[in-house]
Design a protein. Structure first.
Length: 557
């Protein structure tokens, strides 16, 4: 096995390189060992990431005890919660690519032999895993951990409750004092948003797909076990290096099927679809929407998790975390138990070695008595979305909605309409030009969807967008509509009053306008000027492809 780091530190020609390492305190003994990069996305932008530099110290200790030399570096991470609802959200999905690219560049430049990746907020998880697949050096992913729930009057709160409280306040259903009380307690400490939102969804997937240690997804950020998890991940990475097990040995097609099963069984975020498609691309796995639907239809929805359900990640952790869900799926023959993982053992071997607490619980249902017989991450197609769209049905009672379109060409316009009470029962709110190219950056619409829920319209209206939704969104909300408006997709042709049908039983998303009329509108449509003509967002818009393929960037999008 080639040891890349030797290219940097061996031989007389590398004396200057060794001198620079010695300036940082390394000895000849340190330089004689293999180098493992310890990457984290720590910053002061969000509670999801605030503690990650400290966790990196524990990972480095694990690498050292495993017999290798750790080299710490960091990369960016955007706070989805703080970027939400304004222009800043356009930077969120772009950051996934920047994270992956920056990790790749650091590892290639310094010729690290392996990688431990620690991530917290939403896009930093898939971005880190994408880099691991792209580099294909022995790698272990470890999550920074969930935030603990806030408590108010005996009720567990998450940041989504604050967003929904804004809608209730705008509708006159909540006082300013009550809004402030919710704001003050909803986010009590470090960690990622507490429900089965995007960060916790991707953390759950990291275990199911085999890139993270068993049981590492659910312990809260401010739990002593989190330090143990990152230490163990450092040790495990050094061991993987010895065994020469690489990400693409782990990221098989069957491993992706396990990940899709996890996404559906826990009622996870629709962003999980986007990120799994992107990760599959990096691993050279041919994964399509058809695979998501095929797996969804044989996966029961088991975990009663917020936002559609009643529990937070810490509740799932108390009963055994993600291994609890995986064991249920494995026992019923639904999971590929022979998939390799970062332990050097199969997922079945890992689960066989885990003893779960024997306690009464209501967080995860039995296979025989699921919340839903089939999974909740639904792919829709039809005349409004020929390439597809996605909807999360966890906590959603209706299966069909037909209503009249109210069309907005920016999220802000839609949010203003909601705030002013201009959305009526039976409306389908259409938000367009928010796709990967059109936004650019495919903004999440949590501020708008949560405001609708807070106003009591969550079960009375629907939404369709070429943008995305936060994992905290609930309701009859369809995102990722493709082709997007900016490239002339049918969503660009919708007019106020057009009838739109969303049907999750037939997987249909249709506009009730004749093809002749749509063709007439198509001839009159004019592509708008790009919102950004320079900088990172303009580069992203140039290189990014369809949401139906993961909104990945490519030299040939």
């Amino acid at each position: 096995m080639e040891i890349s780091s030797r290219n940097v530190v061996e031989g007389t020609a590398r004396s200057p390189h060794r001198a620079m390492y010695k300036a940082m305190g390394l000895t000849d003994n340190d330089l004689s060992k293999q180098f493992i990069g310890v990457c984290h996305t720590g910053n002061e932008a969000t509670p999801c990431n605030i503690h990650l530099p400290q966790l990196a110290l524990e990972a480095k200790r694990g690498v050292s005890d495993g017999g290798a030399t750790p080299r710490e570096f960091s990369t960016i991470a955007v706070s989805d919660g703080i970027a939400m609802g304004h222009e800043g959200m356009k930077s969120s999905l772009v950051s996934r690519e920047v994270i992956a690219d920056s990790i790749e560049l650091m590892v290639r430049a310094h010729q690290y032999d392996a990688l431990v990746g620690i991530a917290g907020c939403d896009k930093s998880l898939p971005g880190t895993m994408m880099a691991m697949a792209r580099l294909n050096i022995p790698s272990v992913f470890v999550y920074g951990g969930t935030i603990k729930p806030g408590m108010l009057d005996g009720k567990e709160l998450t940041v989504v409750d604050v967003y929904e409280a804004v809608g209730a306040y705008d509708a006159g259903k909540l006082s300013l004092e009550d809004l402030k009380n919710i704001e003050n307690v909803a986010c009590p400490n470090a960690g990622s948003c507490g429900g089965m939102f995007t960060a916790n969804t991707m953390a759950s997937i990291s275990e199911a797909i085999g890139l993270a240690l068993p049981g590492s997804a659910s312990p809260p950020a401010e739990d002593d076990r989190r330090n143990t998890m990152v230490y163990d991940s450092g040790v495990a990475c050094a061991k993987l290096l010895e065994m020469n097990i690489r990400p693409r040995d782990i990221l098989t097609f069957e491993a992706f099927e396990n990940a899709i099963m996890m996404l559906n069984s826990v009622g996870g975020s629709t962003n999980g679809i986007l990120h799994l498609l992107a990760l599959a691309n990096e691993a050279n796995i041919d994964l399509t929407y058809d695979d998501f639907e095929r797996i969804r239809k044989k996966t029961p929805h088991l975990a009663d998790m917020k936002p559609g359900g009643n529990y937070v990640m810490e509740s799932l952790d108390r009963i055994g975390g993600i291994p609890f869900v995986l064991k249920k799926l494995l026992e019923k023959g639904l999971l590929h138990g022979d998939c390799m993982t970062v332990t050097g053992k199969t997922i079945k071997e890992n689960l066989d070695a885990i003893k779960l607490p024997d306690i009464e619980q209501n967080v995860v249902r039995s296979i025989e008595n699921p919340l839903h017989e089939v999974g909740t991450a639904v792919i829709l197609k039809g005349s409004l979305a020929p390439e597809g769209g996605v909807i999360k049905t966890a906590g959603v009672e209706m299966t069909k909605f037909t209503g009249s379109a109210k069309v907005y060409d920016r999220e802000e316009y839609a949010f203003d309409a909601v705030s002013k009470g201009e959305i009526d029962e039976g409306d389908v709110v259409v938000i367009r030009y928010e796709g990967p190219k059109g936004g650019p950056g495919m903004r999440e619409m949590l501020a708008t969807t949560a405001a609708l829920v807070g106003q009591g319209l969550g079960k009375k209206v629907a939404m369709v967008t070429d943008g995305r939704f936060s994992g905290g969104t609930r309701g009859f909300m369809v995102g990722h509509v493709a082709p997007e408006a900016y490239v002339g997709g049918p969503i660009a042709l919708v007019k106020n009053g057009d009838k739109i049908t969303i049907d999750t039983e037939t997987n249909a998303l249709d506009i009730h306008v004749s093809e002749e009329e749509l063709e007439s509108r198509r001839k009159q449509w004019v592509k708008p000027e790009p919102n950004y003509k320079t900088g990172a967002l303009a580069k992203f818009a140039t290189l990014v492809g369809s949401a139906a393929n993961g909104a990945i960037t490519s030299a040939n999008p």
